[in-house]
Ligand binder design. Structure first.
Ligand code: NAP
Ligand code: HSE
Length: 447
C-alpha cells in the first residue's frame, strides 16, 4: 500500500523533493512506496521544474491538510502564515508533518510540538537547519549518549559567501552584497540573512535539541554582518584570524564548572547567540567558505564532531526533506505509529520532540569571551597607556595592543583582550568613547 504525501509548495525545495520522489531508482527501496498525492501552490499556471500530472496541483491547501487519504504533509511553502495554521490543521487531522521552515519552527515550535505530541504524530525538520547537512537527526539520535557542551555553526550560506568574498578580494560589504544579489546568491531583501535573523532561527532550533529545552527566540542575541568592514577583515588576517558569522549555543562558562551532574547540567544557563566572530585560521570552521555551512558539536564523551556541506539549494535541501519522509514511512511500515499507552499515543522518544521547559539563557552582558576592538585616536604620547589603564580599571585584561596604520591623521590601534566579561568590556568602551578625539569604529568577539 502506498504511503500518501501532500506537498505544500512546489518551489525550490518542493520541486527538489518531488524530483527525488518521482525518481526512486537506486535510492532507498522504501521510496517506491511513497506517492505524491496532492500538491498545493499559489499559482496553477507557473512553469514548474518537475513534471507532475496537472490534476495533482491545487491552490486549496486546506483541502490537502484535511484530506483523509493523506498520511503525511510536507510543508515547504515557507513564511509564518498560513504555514503555521496549515501545519497545526494537518496535525489535528492526524497527519505527520515534515517541514523545512526554520522561521515557523523557531517561533511556533512550542505550539506545533505540543499539538503533535497530543495527536501522536511526528513533526520532523532536518531541512530546516543547514539544508542538506544531517545535523538534526545526529543531535537527536547518533549523539544522544553525549552531554552536549557546545554547538557552533556557520549556518547561513549567504553571509558566509559575502564574508568569504570580502576576505578573498578585500572588497566592501556593500559591493559584495550587490554582486551577490545580481548573481542570485543573496535575496533582493537580504535582511533575514545579513542581519543574522535566519542564523538565529537555526541556532534556536539546534540549541533546543542539544540542551533539551525550548528556546525563546527573543532571548537569542543577534548581530549581523553589515558592520564588518574590509579594514577589519584585513587586520584580522594580519593577526591570524578570519571573520565568520557564527551561531553558538553553549553551556554558560561561569556556571559550567565542568563537574556536571544531571541536575546541574539542566540548571546551567546557556549562551545562545549569533554574531560576526574572529576565528583563528587553524580553527575547524575557519576554512568553511562560500555558500557552504558547517556545524561543530562538542560533546562528552565524543569530543568534537563537525558536519559540513551544502546548507541550501533544491537538491541538498530536498535530500533532508525526503530522509524525514522515509523515517516516518519506515515507522509506519512496521506499525510503530499506532502505539497507544494509558490512552495516550506513544511516539519514538528519539524522533519526537517532547521537552516542555524553557532553557534559561544568560544575558549577553554575562558572556565571557575575548574581544577585538579597533580604536582611532590622535597619535599623541600616552594614548595607548590611557586606553590600557581604562580597560584595566574595568577588569579587562589585554592580550595584545598593536598600532599598525594611520587612517587620515589618526592612529589606528587594534586591541585584543583576554577572556573578559562582556559587561565590563562594554563599560570600558563607553568610557573610552568619551575620550577627546577617540572613536571606536569596530568591536568584534574573538572565539
Ligand atoms: P519558494 O521557492 O518560494 O517556494 C514556495 C512554494 O510555496 C511555491 O511553490 C509557492 O507557490 C508556494 N506557496 C507559498 N505561499 C503559498 C500560499 N500562501 N498558498 C499556496 N502556495 C504557496 O521557497 P523555497 O526556497 O522552496 O523554501 C521553502 C521553505 O524551505 C522555506 O521555509 C525555506 O526557509 C526553507 N528552506 C529553503 C532552502 C532553500 O535552499 N531554498 C533551504 C533550507 C530551507 P507558487 O510556486 O505557485 O508561487
Ligand atoms: N537564506 C539561507 C542561507 C537559505 O543563506 O543560508 C538556507 O536556509
Amino acid at each position: 500500500m502506498a504511503f500518501k504525501v501532500g506537498l505544500l509548495g512546489l518551489g525550490t525545495v518542493g520541486s527538489g523533493t518531488a524530483d527525488i520522489l518521482l525518481h526512486p531508482a537506486q535510492r532507498h527501496p522504501l521510496l517506491q512506496e511513497i506517492e505524491i498525492y496532492r500538491v498545493g501552490v499559489r499559482s496553477l499556471d507557473k512553469p514548474r521544474a518537475v513534471n507532475l500530472p496537472p490534476h495533482l496541483l491545487t491552490t486549496d491547501l486546506e483541502s490537502i491538510v484535511t484530506d483523509p487519504n493523506i498520511d503525511l504533509v510536507v510543508e515547504v511553502m515557507g513564511g509564518l502564515e498560513p504555514a503555521r495554521s496549515l501545519m497545526l490543521k494537518a496535525i489535528a487531522h492526524g497527519k505527520h508533518v515534515v517541514t523545512a521552515n526554520k522561521a515557523a519552527i523557531a517561533r511556533f515550535g512550542d505550539e506545533i510540538f505540543t499539538a503533535a505530541n497530543e495527536a501522536g504524530v511526528y513533526v520532523l525538520l532536518e531541512a530546516a537547519v543547514a539544508g542538506g547537512i544531517p545535523v538534526i537527526e545526529p543531535l537527536k539520535q547518533s549523539l544522544c549518549a553525549n552531554r552536549i557542551e557546545s554547538v557552533t555553526g556557520i549556518v547561513n550560506g549567504t553571509t558566509n559567501y559575502i564574508l568569504s568574498r570580502m576576505q578573498a578580494e578585500g572588497s566592501s560589504f556593500d559591493a559584495v552584497l550587490e554582486d551577490a544579489q545580481a548573481l542570485g546568491y543573496a535575496e533582493a531583501d537580504p535582511t533575514a540573512d545579513v542581519d543574522g535573523l535566519d542564523a538565529a532561527d537555526k541556532i534556536a532550533i539546534l540549541a533546543s535539541l542539544a540542551f533539551g529545552g525550548r528556546i525563546k527566540l527573543a532571548e537569542v542575541h543577534c548581530e549581523g554582518i553589515r558592520q564588518v568592514s574590509a579594514t577589519d577583515i584585513a587586520y584580522a588576517e594580519k593577526l591570524g584570524f578570519v571573520i565568520k558569522l557564527l551561531a553558538t549555543a553553549k553551556r554558560d562558562m561561569v556556571l559550567g564548572s565542568g563537574n556536571y551532574s544531571q541536575d546541574s547540567a539542566k540548571l546551567a544557563q546557556l549562551q545562545v547567540r549569533v554574531h560576526p566572530t574572529l576565528v583563528p585560521k587553524a580553527h575547524p570552521l575557519a576554512n568553511v567558505n562560500g555558500v557552504f555551512n558547517a556545524i561543530l558539536i562538542e560533546g562528552d564523551p565524543v569530543g568534537q564532531v563537525m558536519f559540513y556541506g551544502p546548507g541550501a539549494g533544491s537538491g541538498p535541501t530536498a535530500s533532508a526533506v525526503v530522509s524525514d519522509i522515509l523515517n516516518i514511512a519506515a515507522i509506519l511500515k512496521v506499525g510503530r505509529g499506532a502505539v497507544v499507552q494509558d490512552g495516550k499515543p506513544l511516539l519514538d522518544p528519539l524522533l519526537a520532540c517532547s521537552h516542555q521547559d524553557y532553557c534559561s539563557i544568560a544575558p549577553i552582558s554575562d558572556l565571557v569571551t575575548r574581544f577585538y576592538a579597533r580604536v582611532l585616536t590622535h597619535d599623541n604620547p600616552g594614548v595607548i597607556g590611557r586606553l590600557g589603564t581604562c580597560f584595566g580599571n574595568h577588569n579587562v585584561s589585554l592580550e595584545s595592543v598593536v598600532q599598525i596604520g594611520l587612517e587620515g591623521d589618526r592612529a589606528e590601534i587594534v586591541v585584543i583582550t583576554h577572556h573578559v566579561r562582556e559587561g565590563n568590556f562594554r563599560e570600558a568602551l563607553e568610557e573610552i568613547r568619551s575620550f577627546d578625539s577617540v572613536t571606536v569604529p569596530s568591536v568584534l568577539r574573538v572565539i
